[in-house]
Ligand binder design. Structure first.
Ligand SMILES: Cc1cc2nc3c(=O)[nH]c(=O)nc-3n(C[C@H](O)[C@H](O)[C@H](O)COP(=O)(O)OP(=O)(O)OC[C@H]3O[C@@H](n4cnc5c(N)ncnc54)[C@H](O)[C@@H]3O)c2cc1C
Length: 399
């Protein structure tokens, strides 16, 4: 990749310098100069008023494949103790939108041992087809078997898009399959759309430590594979649908496996369920101290809400790690999210911006959290939160 400045067009206005988070451009003698820190992110291109900056990427030199052979959107499910992970249903919701735009079928793929009784229930989530790969050994997740069976199935059916949960299991098998298929895989997507002109999947995800959102394309290979964290998309409304069910019996042998599951140990169940919570009250550095967090806890308690926080509050040991919301924490989408003393850094926003209603309390009227908030309260949370608690208590007593 190369980047150029057209000296004749450049006016030295400095917009590029102001918008570069990498110190990748400087103004010398009234002209922009690219430095060795440039990360080719393209932020400078977007803000240059005279289009003086140009990024050239090398032409694709691999074998061109016939993209028109690939049709259909697939969602690959995962399960534990015969219960399908909710992210698979959330992906069916998004998958249906993509399939509709592309005018293709939506397929749900499940590998398991004992799902015959659940297939009708799964069809209510809207797939046109369910492919059920059945084998007694698939009661548990085996990386090798998933990679083997799914690679064959994909090669045979040629879907154009494959969506997988960005869970530890999905993150394990997705890249192995992508490598075998020589396909592009974008991890941890927060947005998926179709470019109607090219049928390419526009895969958006945070990048450069969350400072930028990048939209990634896989224009030259198929399928286009994406993983998505739980909670980013909504499960679809259930509906009656004539779903075609295709069952494929596999005769996997345990002796053929490279690894063997000897024992499955349940992790101690956390009582914290941020991903499923309908109301979340979250605190940030603005709360001030661990002691002050009691007030945030009380607000959560009167609302029947879960307690969450920004990464800073975890680093300061005010909250446990499993209450962190954001890029390196949980992704949540409650009906109500109350952010107290949280600035709204992009790494926090990607974890909560899909909440139905966001209320932000912050003393800085320019805090970025107000850009995503539906209701903003500008002021000191130490004055505002106690009033909220009292008012909610009053309303509850009146009921
Ligand atoms: C790779 C990477 C991953 C990251 N992952 C995450 C993540 O998963 N989650 C996450 O949250 N962050 C994450 N971060 C950190 C993120 O960049 C921010 O630093 C962090 O979110 C800031 O937390 P904060 O909003 O609590 O603190 P600050 O940014 O310091 O904001 C505190 C806010 O409180 C307000 N305030 C102060 N006092 C009061 C008061 N008395 N009343 C009302 N308002 C007040 C201030 O005006 C300010 O807006 C990550 C960073 C990186 C680089």
């Amino acid at each position: 990749m190369s980047i150029f400045i057209d000296d004749e067009l450049c006016t030295g206005c400095g917009n590029c310098v102001e918008n570069c988070v990498f110190s990748g451009v400087e103004i010398i003698d009234n002209k922009a100069i690219i430095t060795e820190n440039c990360a080719f992110c393209g932020a400078c291109l977007d803000v240059c008023p005279v289009n003086a900056i140009l990024i050239e990427s090398e032409e694709f030199k691999g074998d061109k494949i016939d993209l028109s052979q690939y049709r259909g959107v697939w969602v690959i499910a995962e399960h534990y103790q015969n219960i399908i992970h909710p992210v698979a249903f959330q992906l069916l919701g998004k998958g249906a939108e993509l399939a509709k735009e592309l005018e293709v079928n939506l397929t749900f793929v499940i590998l398991g041992a004992d799902f015959d009784d659940q297939l009708d229930k799964i069809s209510l989530y809207g797939p046109d087809q369910i492919i059920y790969i059945k084998s007694p050994i698939l009661k548990h997740y085996y990386s090798d078997l998933y990679v083997e069976a799914l690679t064959d199935l994909i090669n045979e059916n040629k879907p154009e898009i494959i969506l997988i949960g960005a869970t530890p299991t999905g993150r394990d098998f997705a890249p192995r399959i992508a490598k075998r298929l020589n396909a592009g895989l974008t991890a941890d997507c927060t947005g998926l759309e179709i470019d109607q002109n090219t049928r390419n999947l526009l895969q958006t995800r945070p990048t450069f430590g969350g400072t930028l959102m990048a939209t990634i394309l896989t224009p030259n290979s198929r399928p286009q594979m994406a993983t998505v964290r739980p909670g980013i998309f909504q499960s679809p409304e259930k509906m009656k649908k004539n779903t075609e069910i295709k069952k494929i019996e596999y005769n996997f042998k345990e002796k053929d496996l490279v690894s063997k599951i000897v024992k499955v140990i349940d992790r101690e169940k956390s009582t914290i369920n941020l991903e499923e919570a309908e109301i979340i009250v979250a605190g940030g550095r603005g709360v001030g101290s661990k002691e002050n967090f009691k007030m945030i806890e009380e607000l959560a308690e009167v609302l029947g809400a879960e307690l969450g926080g920004s990464r800073v509050t975890v680093e300061l040991n005010w909250l446990d790690q499993d209450r962190q919301i954001g890029q390196t924490g949980k992704t949540v989408s409650p009906k109500l999210y109350i952010a107290c003393g949280i600035s709204g850094a992009i790494q926090h926003l990607v974890g909560m911006q899909n909440s139905e209603i966001i209320v932000a309390i912050n003393k800085d009227r320019k805090a970025p959290i107000f850009k995503v908030a539906h209701y903003g309260i500008i002021g000191d949370l130490h004055e505002i939160v106690p009033v909220l608690i009292e008012e909610i208590k009053k309303i509850k007593n009146e009921e």
